[in-house]
Design a protein around this ligand. Structure first.
Ligand code: TXA
Ligand code: MG
Length: 328
């Protein structure tokens, strides 16, 4: 299969690209689309054969469920069931954060395919705020299953070129909407027992969610429910070592080490390659650069990547979470 990348950033290219992507999706094909978090690999969520193609292209194990993207809020109860005890909270969260980088895990509607939910009794639902994604899903006119558009276990793609480097030849179309603005996958929460359980940290922070109720973090509970929360996730191929301060690291003799620094790097650097996430100390900028820099360092022929942890507040908690998972 030949994979074509079409750039859809300006108004003249947009209508044609949207029509083409929607047509492929309706025909049961899989298409890589930009979202505000990371690029997604989309398929008709109600078509088994189409969803199977996602698992095959990504080499994703069937036990890992997919996020269902819906065109608008009034679609929520066509894919999920909102328990009476959760309704007020779910509605407030949806009203505040949708469209946007929040995924809600709820009991699934009978329409949801087993393969999408990986046999779980729940479904993960989100509405993307990305203009191109939103136009394509509206034109398609139904729910789209869309995991991140990378091979299983690899770093999520934040540009169309990243998608091509992972899925070239396996999918017919990549819609290029420019770099993803958040650069980190959506925050996943389950609403249960009138509490907000954060299953995956992301751009919507625990601080923001705590305005709406009691927030618990899945890491503090013993059960790991989202398979994507496995520690081995989001890993570059090069070993990554997570530390507090890069300047304090002794580069082993004869080793080529790269540094992923938070806001500054030592001037007399012993590192073979250095990336600085944000010279101004801006955490949102650090998140937007994170996966791109990890990929660049991974491709630099290094023996080791040393990454500095970032301040743990705001989206910093999600960045540290991804770095911990990338480290081994
Ligand atoms: O930002 C995002 O969420 C991106 C964009 C493309 O929307 N999508 C994304 O999908 O990150 P994916 O498949 O790479 O990660 C989804 C995570 C996986 O870890 C999966 O295990 C978890 O969501 N998940 C899906 N359904 C679930 C469910 N019913 N209960 C718990 N976790 C679920
Ligand atoms: Mg993923």
């Amino acid at each position: 299969m030949i994979t074509e990348t079409v750039r859809a950033r300006d108004a003249t290219e947009l209508p044609e690209t949207i029509a083409r992507a929607a047509k492929l999706l309706r025909a049961g094909e899989i298409v890589a689309l930009p979202t505000e978090t990371v690029y997604g690999l989309a398929a008709d969520a109600l078509n088994v054969a189409a969803v199977v193609k996602i698992f095959e292209a990504k080499s994703r194990p069937r036990f890992d469920p997919l996020i269902v993207h819906i065109p608008a809020r009034d679609w929520l109860e066509q894919v999920a069931v909102i328990p009476a005890s959760a309704r007020t909270l779910v509605e407030r969260l949806a009203e505040t954060f949708w469209p946007g980088p929040l995924t809600l895990v709820l009991p699934r509607n009978e329409k949801i395919l087993d393969i999408v939910a990986a046999g779980l009794p729940t479904v993960a639902v989100r509405i993307s705020a990305h203009k191109i994604f939103s136009e394509i899903i509206s034109r398609f006119g139904g729910p789209l299953a869309a995991p991140s558009a990378n091979r299983f276990g690899r770093v999520s793609p934040t540009t169309a070129a990243h998608v091509a480097s992972e899925l070239d030849g396996l999918i017919p179309l990549i819609v290029d909407g420019g770099p993803a603005s958040h650069g980190i996958e959506s925050t996943i929460v389950a609403v249960r027992n009138e509490r907000i359980e954060v299953l995956r940290r992301g751009p919507i922070t625990a601080e923001e969610l705590s305005r709406f109720g009691t927030v618990t973090l899945a890491e503090t509970s013993s059960q790991i429910e989202a398979p994507g929360q496995m520690r081995s996730h989001y890993a570059p191929v090069t070993p990554l070592h997570l530390i507090e301060r890069g300047a304090a690291f002794d580069v082993p003799a004869g080793k080529r080490c790269g540094l992923l620094a938070f806001a500054s790097a030592p001037t007399q650097s012993p590192f073979a390659d250095v990336r600085i996430l944000t010279e101004s100390g801006n955490l949102a900028q650090a998140a937007a650069n994170l996966f791109r820099f990890l990929r660049e360092l991974d491709e630099a022929g290094l023996d080791l990547i040393v990454a500095e942890s970032v301040p743990e507040h705001g989206i910093g908690a999600a960045i540290n979470d991804r770095l911990r998972r990338a480290s081994k």
